[in-house]
Design a protein around this ligand. Structure first.
Ligand SMILES: [Zn+2]
Length: 632
């Protein structure tokens, strides 16, 4: 129809195909989804076939909801839902989003809340004409995750307006119709380095930011992406996509909101929750180091409000000429590879983010089959010639051996962790190792790691089958096994520091501020104590210095001598080792035409790019920050 010169938007086109007696009273976008609000009770309950046909014709997600005039009174609706749900659904909260005609039901047992073939929800729908949605609530209580949910549902009219605005942008009439297509990628951070990942994809219709991280191991201006580059214009950004919740991929995001960005952020639901937690922690660590925080909790709240979550494999338009799909990356909970379909098939890009190609204790391996991929952008954290990982099982065994040895000598073990990823994997390994042990050691999980663990429990569909089995069917959720004790504050931490042999998991993973440094200061004096590194240690970080042999450090003007034993377990990483990175390109389907290597130290990016070129005879490049490359 646009070809005829009549600018009819997609909603108008859909309405033309809806029968008149459907009585559509209102319409709206929710991001790329199209929502029709009906005044006809019969059509609301039985219009499913017509809607399905429209979805097929328009290749868009179309949802039918009720107009407020036909809905049951809110009070009566709430009490009906509360009284009609089975006891074992373990409902923790029910509330309404009147602006979107939704009832949100939070349950610790969603399967029971939904009922066989969705019968419970169907009943609610028939009686109230509201649309019920069930969300899983973690069985591990965590205040901070409850706060995130509250922020999300606080102002549902505002949320509806925001989602509609996003949709209007997505379905905007293409200015570039019939003109030449092009696409360009600029690197603002994370090129030939690990940290502050940030890329800009530009097309005639889109400006999309891929990740927006900080470099926690660097200081000052080098910690942040180079957004003073001329092609970066905060007001012009259409969308931000966050691959996963580690700070080197999302730590700078609240800052761009602080300076006026007000558009959507796309990521998975667990990424949204963990990201907010880590950003809040980042503020806390800055304060503890007497540094000005980059942003405030208010800015993080804005990020949460503007986030549109996607499931793995869910295809969605985000601008008039870019469509994305997130796929499992196997790196941490909710981590994604981002597939970008540009200009109706003109070009396809896969941005891997951080990824793991083999299964771990928690996650399935990263995705490798796609309909099309012409350009692959890969990480290379462990892309060096010597970065071959020992088998995972061997690392697991080694960790258990190291821990048992130290406990036997009445020593203490410190495992600095990133808060998300290795922390939970180490918990699963320890739980398994000591499950049947009569003399279980004390295992302390400091502050934030605890909250992140609660989020794992809330999103089991993002974990691998074995863990899900343990959580749902055997009642052996490793995270709530009772073996782990939460260290919630200063006083409790003092008790651990002054107490007997134990294992401590604490952030930050690179010993740049946070509780892990407090534990190190207390443990470092004794030879019988031990520190085990299980994650990447960024250049410049205290962790990296100790790993490379330094044995003193200064904190708050005081010098400490490090006598405790230090071990690095490379095999437990959530990154792919050299062989895995090579294997991934061997198995990825289809074979890309061009490979862009980033997220690695200089020599590793160059080395891996050259190895890819030699083996696969494809164009490879290892851009530097501020470089721009054209796609196709
Ligand atoms: Zn990461």
């Amino acid at each position: 129809m646009q070809e005829l010169g009549i600018k009819m938007n997609v909603i108008e086109q859909i309405l033309e195909k809806v029968p008149r007696d459907a009585m559509i009273a209102n319409t709206g976008y929710e991001g790329a989804n199209i929502i029709l609000y009906t005044k006809n009770k019969r059509f609301y309950l039985h219009g499913g076939d017509i809607i399905r046909r429209l979805v097929e014709d328009f290749k868009k997600r179309i949802e039918l909801r009720s107009d407020s005039s036909i809905r049951m009174d809110p009070e009566a609706t709430l009490s009906l839902v509360k009284t009609s749900m089975p006891e074992d659904a373990d409902i923790t909260n029910v509330f309404l989003e009147p602006a979107r005609s939704l009832i949100i039901i939070e349950s610790k047992n969603p399967g029971r809340a939904i009922g066989k073939d969705g019968e419970n929800l169907k009943r609610i729908k028939e009686k109230t004409y509201w649309t019920p949605i069930v969300r899983r609530e973690s069985t591990i209580p965590s205040k901070i995750t409850q706060n995130i949910r509250k922020v999300l549902y606080e102002d549902n009219l505002e949320r509806r307006k925001f989602l509609h605005k996003v949709g209007e942008r997505i379905y905007e009439y293409k200015k570039s119709n019939g003109k030449e297509m092009w696409a360009r990628l600029s690197f603002f951070g994370g090129a030939r380095q690990v940290g502050r990942s940030c890329l800009l994809l530009q097309t005639p219709e889109s400006k999309i930011l891929l990740d927006c991280g900080v470099n926690v191991a660097a200081s000052g201006i080098d910690s942040y992406p180079i957004l003073t580059a001329p092609e970066f214009d905060i007001q012009g950004i259409d969308a931000v996509i966050i691959s996963h919740a580690h700070l080197d991929h999302c730590g700078f995001l609240p800052y761009i909101f602080k300076y006026g960005y007000d558009g959507p952020v796309y990521c998975t639901a667990p990424t949204r929750d963990v990201m907010a937690l880590l950003q809040l922690d980042y503020i806390k660590v800055s304060h503890a180091q007497a540094k000005d925080a980059l942003y405030s909790a208010e800015d993080i709240k804005k990020v949460v409000k503007n986030t549109i979550t996607l499931d793995y494999n869910e295809v969605t338009d985000i601008t008039p000429d870019v469509r994305i799909t997130l796929h499992n990356a196997g790196h941490i909970l909710g981590s994604s590879m981002v597939h970008l379909h540009i200009g109706e098939g003109w070009h396809n890009v896969l941005y891997t983010g951080d990824f793991k190609t083999i299964p771990t204790k928690l996650l399935n391996p990263g995705h490798w089959t796609f309909p099309r991929v012409e350009t692959l952008i890969t990480e290379s954290t462990y892309g060096g010639q010597d970065d071959t990982m020992q088998p995972r099982k061997k690392s697991y065994d080694e960790l258990i051996k190291l821990v048992k040895e130290t406990i036997k000598k009445k020593g203490k073990v410190l495992v600095p962790v990133l808060g998300v990823g290795r922390a939970q994997e180490v918990m699963v390994i320890l739980e398994e190792a000591f499950r049947d042990d009569k003399n279980k050691p004390d295992i302390y999980v400091d502050g934030m790691v605890w909250d992140v663990t609660a989020i794992h429990n809330a999103y089991p569909s993002f974990l691998n089958k074995e863990i899900v089995q343990q959580i749902f069917y055997n009642n052996k959720d490793p995270f709530s096994s009772g073996m782990f004790k939460e260290v919630a504050g200063y006083k409790e931490r003092q008790q651990v520091l002054n107490g007997g042999p134990c294992i401590v998991l604490a952030t930050s993973g690179m010993l740049v501020g946070g509780p892990s440094v407090e534990y190190l200061k207390s443990f470092c004096d004794e030879k019988k104590n031990r520190m085990v590194f299980v994650c990447y240690q960024g250049v410049g970080s205290l962790g990296n210095k100790l790993q490379s042999g330094e044995r003193t450090f200064i904190d708050n003007g005081e010098q400490y001598e490090v006598k405790l034993d230090i071990h690095t377990l490379a095999g437990i990483t959530g990154h792919s080792g050299r062989n895995e990175l090579m294997d991934y390109v061997r198995k990825i389907s289809p074979m890309p035409r061009k490979i862009v290597v980033m997220h690695g130290e200089n020599s590793k990016c160059l080395g891996l790019a050259s190895s890819y070129h030699k083996e696969f005879h494809v164009e490879t490049t290892a851009p530097r920050n501020l470089d721009a490359i054209r796609l196709r």
